[in-house]
Design a protein around this ligand. Structure first.
Ligand SMILES: Cc1cc2nc3c(=O)[nH]c(=O)nc-3n(C[C@H](O)[C@H](O)[C@H](O)COP(=O)(O)O)c2cc1C
Length: 385
């Protein structure tokens, strides 16, 4: 929490729920805001699986939704809970694949759910089908406090079970870089890379970056190898379809490090034309992005587009057509410079790409011969030839 600004206390942890009709289990990283000794407010987005599918399914039967909140399980449980794995894929099964053995489960005492046996603390409860309570300002992943005090479902705590001398584990959420956005970043990058490369048939995708400053959601950069000119567009459209929340998605060429904001800025500055390479899309869900709606006057706009709603930007920042060489000395000259640097015992360099020039398409053998002569000291003779 942010002392001096947070108006409540909350914890963030994996929440396990089951669809009461189909039995499909979901484990999502959500938060519980303390309301009283026996109640919590469910900090679960309407677009996230527990609230999108399980809560309505229970509410339709007029029943509360049992929920087990797991504190202090092994880190793989945190990661699978924070990853937006496809609905129906059991996150605990995926955690088992990560740790190389099934996750040992034990039954809860008061609700029909199983939880990882290694957990330090388990809060067993029920999310009310009808009772809602007003939340208080809290800090979240965009790096702003959420002040809108919206109504959220109440969780009635049935039991708390724990190991002897349990350790309470917290995940810090706030202005990025933060623990929370670090976890989000890792999950999103794995999901996006795998989705584009294997589900969307895009072997050209080499690397993705969903940096913490964008909350793991609002700024995605995809590095791609050149092939057919339609491929960057396919990647942009596919990436936007991976979830409803991503916002600015940029495709860059193979030689641009997507983790290096300077290089991404360079690609945006000199390989992109807005009228040709940028597409604005709508129908997005902003989650907690405060730029998407008038916080105090129209909070309902957060929940789906018009009149303000939320959009996305798809940017193809790959070079189109023929390009001249990169404006740095050729590799052999830079290597000579490096040798001199080392001979002089200068501090070790951490080279950042590109650290030498290279030709792209607009460079002929004649250009090369002329440049070699100039580099060899034949400037005036080469001019008169
Ligand atoms: C540290 C951390 C805290 C999070 N807190 C919340 C939260 O309080 N509420 C929420 O709806 N999503 C939160 N998320 C995002 C969800 O965990 C994420 O979208 C996940 O995919 C949800 O699971 P689901 O896809 O099964 O719904 C958080 C993510 C992380 C990494």
């Amino acid at each position: 929490e942010e002392p001096g600004f947070s108006c409540g206390i909350r914890f963030t942890a994996p929440f396990i729920t089951k669809d009461p009709v189909t039995g499909v289990r979901n484990t999502g990283m959500y938060s519980g805001h303390f309301r009283s000794e026996r109640t919590l407010i469910a900090g679960i987005a309407r677009t996230h699986h527990a609230m999108l599918y399980h809560h309505p399914s229970a509410a339709k039967r007029g029943e509360p939704l049992p929920v087990a909140i797991v504190l202090g399980a092994l880190p793989d449980i945190n990661y699978v809970s924070a990853a937006n794995l496809p609905y129906g894929v059991d996150e605990l099964g995926v955690a088992g694949a990560i740790r190389g053995r099934p996750v040992d489960l034990v039954l809860c005492k008061t609700i029909p759910l199983e939880v990882p046996a290694e957990a330090e603390i388990v809060i067993e409860g029920e999310i009310s089908a009808t009772e809602m309570a007003r939340g208080e300002p809290f800090s979240d992943y965009p790096g702003y406090l959420m002040t809108e005090r919206g109504l959220r479902p109440v969780i009635e705590v049935k039991a708390i079970t724990f190991r002897r001398e349990p350790i309470f584990t917290a995940i810090l959420v706030g202005l990025p870089p933060s623990e929370s956005n670090g976890i989000s970043r890792t999950c999103r990058e794995m999901m996006l890379y795998n989705f584009l490369k294997y589900s969307c048939n895009l072997p050209e995708v080499l690397e993705v970056c969903c940096p913490e400053m964008g909350g793991g959601w609002n700024w995605w950069v995809i590095r791609m190898a050149k092939s057919h000119p339609s491929k960057p567009k396919q990647a942009l459209q596919a990436a936007s379809g991976m979830d409803t929340t991503n916002k600015v998605i940029i495709v860059v060429d193979e030689d641009i490090d997507p983790k290096d904001p300077d290089m991404v800025m360079w690609a945006l500055s000199f390989a992109m034309q807005p009228h040709r390479d940028v597409q604005v899309i709508t129908g997005r869900s902003p989650l907690l992005d405060p730029s998407a709606y008038a916080l105090m006057t129209h909070p309902e706009e957060r929940f789906f587009p018009p009149p303000v709603g939320c959009g996305g930007l798809l940017i193809d920042a790959t070079r189109k057509g023929k390009y001249p060489p990169i404006g740095l000395p050729k590799r052999k000259f830079m290597e000579q410079a490096l040798e001199i640097w080392r001979e002089e015992r200068m501090p070790e360099l951490r080279l950042k790409t590109p650290w030498h020039g290279y030709a792209l398409d607009l460079w002929t053998a004649d250009d090369d011969a002329l440049a070699e002569r100039v580099a060899g000291g034949e400037y005036f003779p080469s001019r008169t030839n």
